[in-house]
Write a protein that binds this ligand. Structure first.
Ligand code: NAP
Length: 324
């Protein structure tokens, strides 16, 4: 029997690639600099592994009669048409959990950097070479310890962010649609509605999946509720925040600062006005980007891929085979 045909949309770690190559006929897109031509590659495939966020659409599925499985290297799968996959009996897998602590660490890296002016300090000393004398009156930031953090979309990653907040003696508020009283008891955190969270939080971090409901969840009205000293961290998906409203809020001092790991579009256009603001930090979607975690994600994605090719239940499945 011929080996199943697989397309991987970006280079994955070699050790995992070798294992996939042992069982499959692998075509792996060679670069991150040019977008993978998924529509062109998909027709003969049995399996697709997406390592990136290019859309995988119903129209693409319709050109690919043998496709059994889409395996996402990542937890967010908003770029794949889940309903269209289900309707066609195509399984869909992702890599939840394994990246939660790593993404929570990056949330804190961004939050602390924004609160304590780490990027302006770097620019001052190393880029502009302006550190000629000690000046006690530059680059004052905001205290993180004993402040209030509001976690929007408290699931796996939000929970890991909350645990870290406790070490900073922070008051932790959270908002999601379904309250978790067990977590409230375990961590001593408080559930609140979104408006109240935005009004009282010194730091607001976003961890919702991108859905119709969460698209532009944070916009003009929400920024108006926030404190002028507040800092927003978006490490969820770019479109969760209305970037026009964010620009206005940062420019007009409606909030003090923001840090984004994700943007709309991605990458953000190099002439986007947000890039000219000095109270904003943007990272190029690094939430899960550590050596250890990317290895684990690739391994989980491989396990989903192999299961899907055998019509078996995916170990980390979003859409399972219809009969299971
Ligand atoms: P998760 O465990 O599913 O948590 C998501 C949380 O969001 C859930 O608790 C859910 O609770 C809540 N939620 C969903 N819709 C909501 C809504 N309309 N309003 C309020 N809360 C809502 O997912 P996770 O593993 O923590 O990952 C979260 C997201 O982070 C992913 O989907 C992905 O897009 C993003 N992410 C980004 C990076 C990065 O590199 N920047 C890395 C990993 C993940 P309820 O259902 O009770 O509302």
């Amino acid at each position: 029997m011929a080996a199943p045909k697989i397309f991987i949309t970006r280079p994955i770690p070699e050790t995992v690639l070798i294992q996939i190559q042992a069982e499959c006929d692998v075509d792996m897109w060679h670069t991150s600099a040019i977008l993978p031509p998924i529509a062109e590659k998909i027709p003969p495939l049995d399996g697709l592994m997406t390592y990136g966020h290019e859309p995988v659409t119903a129209e693409m599925f319709d050109t690919s009669p043998n496709l059994k499985v889409v395996s996402v290297v990542g937890v967010g799968y908003d770029h794949v048409d889940e309903d269209a996959a289900r309707e066609r009996g195509i399984t869909l897998g992702h890599t939840p959990g394994v990246l939660s602590d790593t993404t929570a660490d990056m949330t804190w890296a961004l939050l602390l950097a924004a609160a304590r002016n780490v990027v302006p300090a770097y620019n001052h000393v190393q880029v502009e070479k302006q550190w000629h004398y000690y000046d006690p009156n530059i680059l004052w930031g905001y205290d993180v310890h004993h402040s209030t953090i509001g976690i929007v979309g408290m699931g796996r990653i939000g929970y890991a962010v909350a645990k870290r907040a406790l070490a900073f003696d922070m008051k932790v508020l959270y908002y999601k649609r379904n309250r978790r009283q067990d977590w409230e008891e375990e961590l001593g955190i408080e559930y609140t509605d979104l408006d109240h969270l935005l009004k009282v939080s010194d730091f607001v971090t976003l961890h919702v999946p991108l859905t119709e409901e969460t698209t532009h969840m944070i916009g003009k009205v929400e920024f108006e509720l926030m404190k002028p000293t507040a800092i927003l961290v978006n490490i969820a998906r770019g479109p969760v925040v209305d970037h026009g409203a964010l620009y206005d809020a940062l420019r007009d001092g409606q909030i003090a600062g923001a840090a984004l790991d994700v943007t709309e579009p991605e990458p953000i256009n190099t002439d986007h006005p947000l890039l000219d603001l000095n109270n904003l930090i943007i990272a190029p979607h690094l939430g899960s980007a550590t050596i250890q975690t990317r290895m684990k994600m690739a391994t989980m994605a491989m396990e989903n891929l192999f299961a899907g090719l055998k019509d078996e239940r995916l170990p980390y499945g979003v859409v399972q085979p219809p009969e299971l």
